[in-house]
Design a protein around this ligand. Structure first.
Ligand code: FES
Length: 117
């Protein structure tokens, strides 16, 4: 059994050369918001959910980017309401938030969207 049930990785990559990056979407603040919400819902910690930061996840054009493992589900978001929906639907209820999924054909590593929770 793994230490955490799920890892939620927020790309916090910042580019200062004008190329698109996830910090364009307020990623640092959204990750902090998610950490606070997951903790408040008592989902955080061993056997639960870990909210981590990451560097570029290679899906910049669809970002800001989140990937949840081991589910291998990739999301994008536009604000706190989307983060709330991912937490409430995906992390609490195990339901994929279809409207926030990234396009699996674009910039995608091998993603198996059939391997659901
Ligand atoms: S900058 Fe976030 S996925 Fe590349």
């Amino acid at each position: 059994m793994s230490h955490y049930k799920k890892h939620v990785f927020f790309c916090l990559n910042l580019r200062e050369d004008g190329r698109k990056c996830c910090q364009d979407g307020d990623a640092k603040r959204m990750r902090e918001y998610a950490k606070v919400r997951v903790k408040a819902l008592k989902l955080a910690g061993a056997g639960g959910i870990r909210v981590n930061q990451s560097g570029c996840l290679g899906r910049c054009s669809q970002g800001p980017s989140i990937v949840i493992y081991p589910d291998n589900v990739w999301y994008t978001y536009q604000g706190q309401a989307d983060i709330d929906e991912i937490i409430e639907q995906h992390l609490c209820q195990g339901k994929i938030v279809t409207r926030l999924l990234m396009d699996p054909q674009e910039e995608s590593p091998a993603v198996d969207f059939n391997a659901r929770i």
